[in-house]
Design a protein. Sequence first.
Length: 282
Amino acid sequence: MRTRHRRTEEGTLQAHPEQEQGQAGERQSLPLRQIIFWLHLVTGVMAGLVIGVMSVTGVLLAFERQIVAFAERDVRTVQPPVDGISRLDLDALITKARVTVPEGKLSGVMLRADPTATLVVNFGRERTVFVNPYTGEVLGEGAKRLRNFFHMVTDWHRWLGTEGDSRDIGRAITGACNAAFVVMVMTGFYLWWPRRWTGQAFKAVMVPSLRLQGKPRDWNWHNTVGFWSASLLICITLSGLVMSYQWANDLLYTLTGSIPPPRPPGAAEGRSAAAENRRAST
């Protein structure tokens, strides 16, 4: 009995150091995962509202052209004459459009090869006039309210609805939140990665479960939706960085072996690439 007791004690004494080493290893790996978890959580909470606004407005802008075209279908097409009459001279058509907007500044003209297409004359962002290219008749300005709505959506997507000099602040906020979104996706992928490479472990974070309830269900759905949308989200956010920051735009040119376009003189370092390109074009 004593011998067995001694062996048991020796076994337990030998097992304890291994258990303590395992616990020490867990304690060493735990802080890094906690840091990444809190970084993932804090970036999501702080940038979540702005990211939500950018997501909703981005979806609307993605379908802007189709929605506007459907709403203006009556003024975007005409019935071409059957007797083979050709279109009027472009300058004459523009003159007809200027009668409707005499104070407007001409910014663009679009005439498609489609014989049923009308002439589209733009006067800035605010006014758009449709003209019959065969008769010169002004068909109207299309869906003005809908266009104004999408102008407002664009302002919120790019500058959080700010105007004038405040747009630099709005652009800085959207750019920073977009960068935070990149961090959130990358840290989320690290937290998603299973500690054990087993079929059951990957199934738990890749396949949504409809049987779970409460927090386990929320955790499962968060992991599965995040995994299947991660590749798309990283493409969207990285392209957003290119449009938000000039250094990211220059980096893209460098990685593709191209020469970045020259920056306009006196350009500020913090301005977005899109803003710089607009300033250079004007």
